[in-house]
Design a protein around this ligand. Structure first.
Ligand SMILES: *Cc1c(COP(=O)(O)O)cnc(C)c1O
Length: 385
């Protein structure tokens, strides 16, 4: 029997090695990995420069605690702050922890407690982040939930304007709802939220845990929309697979996170931080990101061209290297069939097939993946009717 709590319904694939876009299992079968470890391995599996940075840090020190000055943390914080045009960074170990820190910071800095979040959102599994999450299935059996969070329909400006008031501490949202099914925020929606936050003294928290670190072809997805958040949270892609999360905030928030106010034993672990620095040095390059833009458009257009006309496909949505194929049939059997054909993809929302290939994916790999998707979805379209 397995001694693991059955919190995940695990796939039949057991990797032994991975490199670039390819995961190899015990039998030597090679899978095309369009999951990137759930939006984590943005540079593919084991990118050379990140591996070298990790090995180098392993030969120096692994952990000393945050009681010590660590130049490597300053270096990583500078890269994050500059990329986000913000000032201060707190390092955590995961996305949920980054969001917890952001929620605590927003409450302390504003002296208020109401936080507006949105339906279908996903912010993590800890008690605060779970309460922030706008999906009932995540909360089932764990109630009662914290009363801080109000959930509104996503992209519904009227509902938002009716809810925000002077007692609102913060508004927290994803630019592209990832787990929720690849729903992209509208330009007007975001600009109105930014304006209302200023008017009512609420902080704008953007959860970039899935969308950040180049996933949408910008360092952070909010940069497509010209808004300026007060707090940004990141995690998944930051360490290329080593666990790390971060809160990035504006300088005025510094006084509310003084010595002793918040902390983490492992947060900012030097090995993870070394991975993060090497990752950002690769991803935050203009020519790298323009290639991601081009490949993202290519992937979305190819998906449109080959899949949008199939009877079981409702809609295709995407931004950068995040593409969702919304189906009108159960996708679980399709995901299994895709694995049988050596393609790994993710579910999202109700019936959305989510593609999160590494940003380093080749056009040939994109072509191959869409081809496999087309063949597989076609068969299911026929059997569905
Ligand atoms: C994955 C995710 C989280 C949670 O991150 P963990 O590292 O699993 O705690 C939070 N927000 C978003 C948008 C995510 O995609």
């Amino acid at each position: 029997m397995s001694h693991l709590f059955p919190t995940y319904k695990r796939w039949e694939v057991e990797p032994v090695t991975a490199s670039g876009t390819v995961v190899t299992d015990k039998e030597g079968r090679e899978y095309l990995d369009f999951t990137s470890g759930i939006g984590v391995c943005n540079l593919g599996h084991r990118p050379k420069n990140v591996e070298e940075a990790i090995v180098d840090q392993l030969g120096r020190f692994w952990h000393v605690s945050n009681l010590f000055e660590q130049g490597i943390q300053e270096q990583a914080a500078k890269l994050l702050a500059e990329a986000a045009a913000l000032d201060l960074v707190f390092f955590a170990n995961s996305g949920a922890e980054a969001n917890e820190a952001a929620i605590k910071l927003a409450k302390k800095a504003t002296g208020k407690s109401k936080i507006i979040t949105f339906n279908q959102s996903f912010h993590g599994r800890t008690f605060g982040a779970m309460a922030a999450t706008g999906q009932e299935k995540i909360k089932q059996g764990f109630g009662p939930m914290l009363k801080e969070f109000v959930h509104l329909p996503f992209n519904d400006l009227k509902a938002f304007e009716n809810e925000i008031e002077k007692d609102t501490a913060a508004v927290m949202l994803e630019i592209v709802q990832g787990e929720g099914g690849i729903h992209i925020a509208g330009q007007e929606f975001l600009h109105s939220i930014e304006k209302a936050c200023k008017k009512y003294g609420a902080l704008l928290i953007i959860d970039e845990i899935q969308t950040g670190i180049g996933r949408t072809a910008k360092p952070f997805a909010y940069q497509h929309f010209g808004i300026k958040p007060d707090i940004v949270t990141v995690a998944k892609g930051l360490g290329s697979g080593l666990p790390i999360g971060a809160v990035i905030g504006k300088s005025g928030l510094g006084e509310f996170f003084g010595a002793g106010s918040h902390g983490s034993t492992f947060g900012g672990n030097p090995v993870s931080v070394a991975a993060a620095i090497a990752t950002m040095e690769s991803v935050f390059q203009e020519d790298f990101l323009s290639e991601v833009t081009e490949k993202g458009v290519y992937m979305t257009q190819l998906a449109e061209k080959n899949l949008a006309g199939l009877e079981s496909v409702n809609e295709i949505r995407g931004l950068g290297m995040m593409v969702g194929i919304e189906m009108n049939i159960d996708i679980q059997p399709i995901l299994k069939k895709l694995r049988d054909k050596n393609l790994l993809v993710l579910p999202a929302g109700e019936n959305v097939i989510r593609l999160l290939p590494p940003l380093t994916v080749s056009k040939e790999e994109i072509v191959k993946a869409i081809e496999i998707l087309k063949e597989t979805i076609k068969l299911h379209s026929v059997t569905a009717v």
